[in-house]
Design a binder for this molecule. Sequence first.
Ligand code: PHE
Length: 360
Amino acid sequence: MSEIDSLKSQLESLQAEALAAFAGAADLSGLQALRVQYLGKKGALTEVLKGVGKLAPADRPVIGKFVNQTKQALAAALDAAEAELAIKAKAARIESERIDVTLSGRKAGRGALHPVQQGLDELTAIFSQMGFAVAEGPEIEDEFHNFDALNIPPEHPARAMHDTFFLKDIQGDDGEPMLLRTHTSPVQIRAMKHFLAEGGEPPLAVVAPGRVYRCDYDVTHSPMFHQVEVFKVGRDVSLAHLKGVLQHFLSAYFEKDVAIRLRPHYFPFTEPSAEVDIGCVFCAGKGCRICKGSGWIEVLGSGMIHPNVLKSVGIDADEFSGFAFGLGVERMVMLKKGIPDLRLFFENDVRFLSRMGVMK
Ligand code: PHE
């Protein structure tokens, strides 16, 4: 075979091989690699061209023309293959983005109020309907409002019993130590002071819901929990008023006539003081595991506001008297809904929350 025929046949088989390779390219980047492989500076076509130098000068234009034809054929085939792959890629994208517009939609989950929030709302609403004004106080308190003004002087044992969280890095305006309030009773002081500063004269009746903190954690205690404080100050406010309000409120909250009993107790800020029990809501007073067989369940602390507390805000204790009580919201919700463990409120297990949640 002459040199020229040999080169021609090399070019023909190169073209056949290249066209087959282009047709089989899977994607655009594969095709780009083939372009380099065949038409690149160091590609297969260049390799064949090296043989042209060995030809007789007269034969060179002949083979040159043939090389150009091959080059054009390959370039055209590459362009065609590229266009085809682009169409295929687009079709694949459209296919992958296809949506079935006839499918029914997914339901968006609905939120619900946390059971403690529901309890706070329910309890506050009952007192609000009875004419008590709603008040709130700060969770970061000073010792005056949390203790001193409530007749708990510095060396009083009740102070130690409160498991107080003191705040290391925060001080009051006068440099006094600050703490997380251990109960909502300081709102009694703040609400009375505010009321008097506005020029008010008793009677005044207030309900104060809010968060409180104690350094304590077990089945029935959490370091943060909620209380509702209720108090009334006026002329001739007596224990009978306290009992009447308790009776009405506890029956409204538990949605049945509950029996109540007042048991003598001690709180520094009330005198006399009483713990309040209700007839067991689980066994109707017959005695069960929850009331430990007694038929009674303790629900809150109460009493007649101590004269020293009234004096601390400048109310004349000879002229005015008042009652006060404070209750734990988690405990009230546990009793109403039969929830056995306080920690359930704070674990945020959605199974518990959605079962207890009431949609609003
Ligand atoms: N502050 C008391 C407590 O947290 C409850 C209470 C309030 C008792 C008002 C009597 C009167 O334990």
